[in-house]
Ligand binder design. Structure first.
Ligand code: SPV
Ligand code: MG
Length: 286
């Protein structure tokens, strides 16, 4: 049962004042995010990798990430923002990914300025970046090869993750906006929003700003919006909740010798069938 997505990410963003996106790794997560009221989903490279128990380290291929994003987009009416890591290679890989994602109906991608192969931003240690001009070129190629006006490219800087400071993050984001980025994502792994707020104070609004408050979760959405943020990505809360729920449930079944004590707290099979849109599928049989 295919869902027709009639709203692109650009449509959702211009409605304002700001978009909340939930990080997910499959269509079920995307549908639950939509039902909860999120305006977009983030097809998280961390989540998609973790769902296969491999590191978020450029191990899965573009085709695997694309397939995961398409599985989500086919089942929800909200737009999928695809986390495309470094673009899976150099400039030609960027051109190829834009062709493939756009043709597949994904209306927004995010590409980051780390070197390929990348490592997840929260893994301690150095994260080497491309130089600014080389990454700006990736962005301009992405924008040059898109065919529709709606396709949206988010340029993500890892300057703060790499400890290069707010000046460098601003310098890079200015260059990426000049290169045609539709938005910039400034990622931080500080324990507070101070660093990101310092960036926002000096950002001249030449493109919308996206943030991922994983390590500074006490920054309320309303405060982020007041500070000038246009999109907040809750990138891995769903993944971590899933791990916790499965671990607790499975452990409890083993410990109790059965599942009777859990039944009242589990989603019913009726809910499962609703998420599968079983009734609509059966209507096809006439
Ligand atoms: C992801 O969810 O895969 C992201 C965000 O890119 S982070 O894990 O913080 O790098
Ligand atoms: Mg990622």
């Amino acid at each position: 049962m295919r869902r027709i997505t009639n709203r692109t990410f650009r449509d959702v963003l211009v409605e304002g004042p700001a978009v909340r996106a939930a990080g997910v790794h499959d269509a079920l997560g995307a549908m639950l995010a939509e039902q909860a009221g999120f305006a977009a989903v983030w097809a998280s490279s961390l989540g998609i990798s973790a769902a296969r128990c491999v590191p978020d380290a450029s191990l899965l291929t573009m085709t695997e990430y694309l397939q995961a994003a398409v599985h989500m987009q086919r089942r929800v009416g909200i737009p999928v923002v695809a986390d495309c890591d470094t673009g899976f290679g150099d400039t030609l890989n960027i051109a190829y990914l834009v062709h493939e994602y756009e043709a597949a109906g994904i209306s927004a991608v995010c590409i980051e300025d780390k070197q390929y192969p990348k490592m997840n931003s929260f893994v301690p240690g150095q994260h080497a970046l491309l130089d600014t001009a080389a990454f700006a070129r990736k962005i301009s190629i992405a924008k040059a090869v898109q065919t529709g006006a709606d396709f949206f490219v988010i340029a993500r800087t890892e300057a703060l993750i790499s400890g290069l400071g707010v000046d460098e993050a601003l310098h890079r984001c200015h260059a990426y906006a000049e290169a045609g980025a539709d938005a910039v994502l400034v990622h931080s792994r500080q324990r507070t929003s101070v660093e990101v707020e310092a960036f926002l104070d000096r950002w001249d609004a030449r493109a919308p700003v996206v943030v991922v408050p994983t390590t500074y979760p006490d920054w309320h959405f309303d405060d982020a919006v007041k500070a000038g943020v246009s999109m907040v990505i809750y990138a891995n809360q769903g993944l971590r909740a899933t791990i916790d729920a499965l671990r607790t449930t499975f452990g409890s079944i083993i410990a109790h010798g059965g599942s009777a004590h859990l039944e009242a707290d589990l989603a019913s099979l009726t809910e499962v069938f609703e998420l599968q849109r079983l009734r609509q599928w059966r209507e096809l049989e006439g």
